[in-house]
Each structure stands twice: as structure tokens, then as C-alpha cells.
Design a binder for this molecule. Sequence first.
Ligand code: PEP
Length: 259
Amino acid sequence: MDKKFRKTVIAGNWKMNQLASGVPAYADTLKAGLAVGAQEEVVLCAPYPLLPALLAAVDGTPVRVGAQDVSAHDAGAYTGEVSAAMLADLGVTYCIIGHSERRAYHAESDALVNEKLKALLKNGVTPIICVGESLEQRDAGETLKVVSEQIKNGFADISADEARGVVVAYEPIWAIGTGRTATSEQAQEVCSFIREYLAENLYDWDTSKAISILYGGSMNGKNCAELLAQIDIDGGLIGGASLKPAEFAGMVKDGNEDA
Ligand code: PEP
């Protein structure tokens, strides 16, 4: 089956939650419930100031640490920004880019997301690029058009070899933080479309089959197994439920069984 060509990635997105003082207790609970399969990556994407505490707390475990955004610039006069080199220097190995909250609240364009993707690849940090439609766009029948534009622009000037090192997260905006999950059929339909689009329009099937495509949007311990069972869903980007370490560990187990 196709899934053997790529990793299952179970990634938590803490968003702007948690404090450094809470990280050790979180990590202890997670570690107590964690069973990671050989084909599986477990990632926690934390706010910048929490990264050192999280790196220390999961040191020696299979848990990888990610950031939630990065600067498109290498270095210089960009007050408040954090470069990909700084993340790599800390030991951060993943980074979310193009999350719908950043696209909406910080006016991030596809072009900027593409620059961020290049900055991460240059520094050996795996990008998790988020794409997804709003409810209005879905209701207008524009889902595939919106998602294909975001994929095409996000992967602009990226070679097939580089693309293999990118993780895609399909996150319908109407499902994020709303408790309204996409059905497994809806999620599979778009993830399968993304894989086909990557294969037919940007790269080839060998490359496309190697790219992990995650679903994100109100994924939790109850709906995770069914979503992960879909052939083109290679993992999850998990917001709210990743703040509960025991529930998140259970989702890792679901991913493990599916890998
Ligand atoms: C997210 O933050 O990417 C996300 C999917 O959030 P939630 O799981 O809370 O919907």
C-alpha cells in the first residue's frame, strides 16, 4: 500500500498556549503513554520561548520539536522575527508555515509562505505547509481551486528532491478550533486531490507518493483513527487536543497502528 512510501506524522500545534513551567509535567505524561512506530514521526510545535524547555524535556525520546512560524529572511534588521538558522541551531527540526491563523491575522500571502518554505529547507528544517479553504469557498464549490493555488504557489521553484522533504497539512479553515471535523470522506477527497495535483502538475507520482499529507481541524482522540485510516491521510496536525498529553499519546498510538 502507498503509505509504506512515506512517514506518518502526528504533529501537535500548541498555538499560543502553555508556559515553560508546564512543559516538564506535560512531557512526563506524554512519555508515559507514548509508543512510537518505526514509520512514525511525533512532533510538538510550540511557541518560541518554550522551545528550549520542550527540547530538554523530550531529549532522548522520539518526539521532535517544531516551531509555528519562521522569518523568510536569513538575518538582519527584522525586529521580532526568528530565522530558520536560529531554529536549526536550537535543535528544532520542524516548522509550521502558512497556518490559516497567520494567513488571516498577519496577511501572509502564498508568496511569503513560499519564501519561508525555502528558508526552512535551506537550513534543514522540515516545513509543514498548511493549506485549506474557508467555509464560503467550500460552499461556493471552490475548495479544489483554492487548495491547488496554495499548493502551486507554496511549492514554486522547489525541486522534486526538495519537495520530498516537505510535509503538507490540509486544514479546512471551517474545521479549525470549531469542533466541526471534516468527515473522513471530505478529508480524504482533498488529500487525494493534493497528491494527484503534486504528481500531475508539479512533480511526478514517485515524488508525490513520498510526501506526507496530514489532515488538521478538530482532530481528537475519538475521530483520529478513522481519519488516519484513509489512504491519502498520512497523519494529523492537531491543535486543541495536543494540549492534553494523554489524549495526544493515544493519537500517536492510532498513527502507529496505521503506519
Ligand atoms: C491547528 O491548529 O492547526 C488545528 C487543526 O487546531 P484544532 O485541532 O484545534 O482544530
